[in-house]
Ligand binder design. Structure first.
Ligand code: FAD
Length: 405
């Protein structure tokens, strides 16, 4: 008799947690496990703002999938998922079809542009290792080109960041550190460089404690970030953005670099597969399965769960994706062992820390507010913990962050 086949899509936080737990919980003869991922490496999505700004080399944010997956128990297939035929129990990849008995969709997020004109064409998005590398190289090229022009164009040195949520603020924090280094390297006066943040909401970091938000804004302003808050970005063009200062006043900011960091949606594969969704995120059952599909689990940024206390969706975070991965593995093992009362998932939010660049951050950890080096220390602990959870101490030694102060 054929062994049941479990197919896991995506080797991000959710997918790798599921697979590394399944390889511990299942015997070789109990099931065939296949992990499918676009690249042969995993990247720490939560570190991409550093690779994008150039404060951390992109090789530091990734490691080989085979470093953490036991290939005697898990078949790894490096290919792109194009579609899922839910009823036929098949995944369509660039290299052919893969049948499944149980499916875990952990394909992560994509940038959401809310229909704003020109963003796809003219803005960079912090989405993966390739985009991070391109942003870093592009910014550096602006500095190098500026020094090599007969008539230097100051606007080349303007960096516009759309969005003052978590990703936007963390990226601005890194830019605050990187820009002085670039100025030194290319002999450019710091006053020539503008770092501009445009945010439609009335505040930065919505949902964060107001005292910490005040600290974050003051810190970034000290690093030279200019905030335009309550100011929607209307359009991106080649070399500029249009921002709405009021209902009838639009200002153009000329910029050599435009980075859009203002929203995420689930993976487009979800929409293509025809699974009921909201912006490619699926409202899953508490046991992490798709309503009406008892053999399909969705975890991480492609899933949507409502926090019953606030009646709002939980934010898409690595913390939740990893916790879901653990429960997902236990639930699949339970199904294989003939149990049908599956574990219900409840996020255990230990805290949130937002980096403001090297050695500075804000955060709430176990209910305690932190700022500065203490918060930054905690951020590195959280980053190292994510490595430990997937790859144990050897991965922490290989890829961890140990420069605490
Ligand atoms: P991911 O970890 O993104 O993994 C998805 C995987 O699927 C990737 O390996 C990708 O290559 C693969 N994939 C995608 N499409 C395909 C395809 N078609 N075929 C094959 N493979 C595919 N969260 C926190 O909790 N704390 C933080 O401090 C934090 N900081 C962040 C900072 C930044 C700059 C960003 C961008 C996000 C941050 N987040 C943070 C959010 C967090 O990174 C995500 O919530 C988390 O990555 C979601 O995990 P996931 O498993 O759903 O997807």
């Amino acid at each position: 008799m054929r062994k049941p086949r479990i197919v896991v899509l995506g080797a991000g936080y959710g997918g790798l947690m599921t697979v590394t737990r399944l390889q511990k919980q299942l015997g070789t003869n109990e099931a065939e496990v296949i992990l499918i991922n676009k690249n042969d490496y995993h990247y720490e999505t939560t570190w991409l703002h550093e690779a994008s700004a150039g404060t951390l080399h992109h090789d530091r944010v990734r490691y080989d999938v085979k470093d953490v997956v036991n290939t005697s128990k898990v078949n790894f297939l490096q290919t792109t998922v194009d579609d899922i035929k839910v009823e036929e129990k098949k995944v369509i990849t660039s290299q052919g079809e893969v049948e499944f008995d149980y499916l875990v969709i952990a394909l992560g997020a994509e940038s959401e542009t809310f229909g704003i004109q020109g963003l796809h064409e003219h803005a960079f998005m912090i989405s993966n290792v390739n985009s991070a590398r391109q942003i870093r190289e592009h910014i550096e090229l602006q500095f190098a080109t500026y020094k090599n022009e007969e008539v230097p164009k100051d606007e080349r040195l303007t960096i516009v960041v759309g969005g003052a949520g978590f990703t936007g603020i963390e990226f601005l924090g890194e830019l605050g550190n990187r820009v002085p280094e670039l100025c030194k390297e290319y002999d450019i006066d710091r006053s020539k460089v503008r770092i501009v943040c445009v945010e439609a909401a009335p505040m930065i970091l919505p949902g964060f404690d107001p005292e910490l938000v005040k600290y974050a804004r003051a810190t970034l302003e000290k690093k030279g970030v200019e905030f335009h808050i309550g100011t929607p970005l209307k359009e991106a063009k080649a070399g500029s953005v249009l921002i709405a200062k009021s209902e009838d006043e639009v200002e153009e900011i000329k910029a050599g670099t435009i980075v859009w960091a203002a929203g995420v949606r689930g993976n487009r594969v979800i929409e293509k597969a025809g699974i009921e969704n909201m912006r490619a995120r699926v409202k899953i059952n508490r046991d992490l399965r798709v309503p009406g599909h008892d053999n399909i689990f969705i975890i991480g940024d492609c899933s949507l769960m409502i926090n019953e206390e606030t009646e709002r969706p939980y934010p898409p975070t690595a913390q939740i994706a990893m916790q879901q991965g653990e429960v997902c593995a236990r639930n699949i093992a339970a199904l294989l062992h003939g149990k049908d009362d599956l574990e219900e998932f409840t996020p255990d939010i230990k805290g949130t820390v937002c980096s403001l660049g090297e050695n500075d951050a804000i955060g709430v950890v176990y209910g305690k507010k932190l700022t500065g080096t203490k918060a930054s220390f905690m951020k590195k602990v959280v980053d190292n913990r994510a490595l430990y959870m997937v790859g144990g101490p050897s991965l922490v030694f290989k890829k961890g962050k140990f420069k605490f102060f």
